[in-house]
Write a protein that binds this ligand. Structure first.
Ligand code: PGA
Length: 236
């Protein structure tokens, strides 16, 4: 199997966590048949870049700002991330949309900035439970996709992760039919054949059934990527 496995650590981890975590998964990082992308918080990028050097895994980040430099206190630019050895950046995660009011148009500008810096964007889209229950899941997600993807998007610089908001960190997942249905709708709506991932309560137990669905090129994993034993199983 050659799939894409993205680990989103969110705002978790510490120096002592890193020291304990990586020796446990080192062999799996060297032998994984998958494209593994690890996205830690900004302060740990350089240390983890060093650790990943002799493995098959790639470094990613969880956010970026739209400008490349200047008076934007507290922000981090795409070119800085490229400088740090990042190849991938998650954008438009539902936590950023909800907690930091990120809109589709801001996400689009961020993706353009990533493309200019030579980085690959991992665009997250997904419906709320309300939208799912009112039968508007597909419509909502396709609209997010259209409004968030800049014209510069190609399969070399962009992938899309379908992450239903209600499945993130909850232990709930859509049925396989629902994932398939959404991925087919996204595939149709995409301007180019981009890689399509699924995210939301992915575990070693449900990984295979999700990855075996046609049109699912990989998974984006939060909670289960922070436990060495489950992350090891996920990337094997
Ligand atoms: P989860 O998070 O795997 O903990 O549900 C996924 C995500 O937010 O990307």
């Amino acid at each position: 199997m050659d799939k894409i496995i993205v680990a989103n650590w969110k705002m978790n981890g510490s120096l002592s966590f890193i020291k304990d975590f990586f020796p446990k998964i080192h062999t799996a990082l060297e032998t994984t048949p998958h494209q593994v992308i690890l996205c830690p918080p900004f302060p740990f990028l350089s240390q983890i870049q060093e650790i990943l050097k002799n493995t098959k895994a790639h470094l990613g980040a969880q956010n970026c700002y739209v400008s490349s430099q200047g008076a934007f206190t507290g922000e981090v630019s795409s070119s800085m991330l490229a400088d740090m050895g990042c190849k991938f950046v998650i954008v438009g995660h539902s936590e950023r949309r909800t907690l930091f009011s990120e809109t589709n148009s801001l996400v689009k500008t961020k993706i353009s900035a990533l493309h200019k810096a030579g980085l690959t964007a991992i665009l997250c889209v997904g419906e709320s439970l309300l939208m799912r229950e009112s039968g508007q899941a597909i419509e909502t997600v396709v609209q997010q996709l259209h409004e968030s993807l800049p014209e510069s998007s190609t399969n070399q610089n962009t992938m899309v992760a379908y992450e239903p908001v209600w499945a993130i960190g909850t232990g709930m997942t859509p049925t396989l039919e629902e994932i398939l249905e959404m991925h087919q709708a996204l595939q149709k709506a995409l301007p180019a054949p981009l890689s399509l991932l699924y995210g939301g309560s992915v575990t070693p137990e449900n990984r295979d059934s999700i990855l075996n669905l046609p049109g699912v090129d990989g998974v984006l994993v939060g909670g289960a990527s922070l436990k060495a034993d489950s992350f090891e199983k996920l990337i094997q």
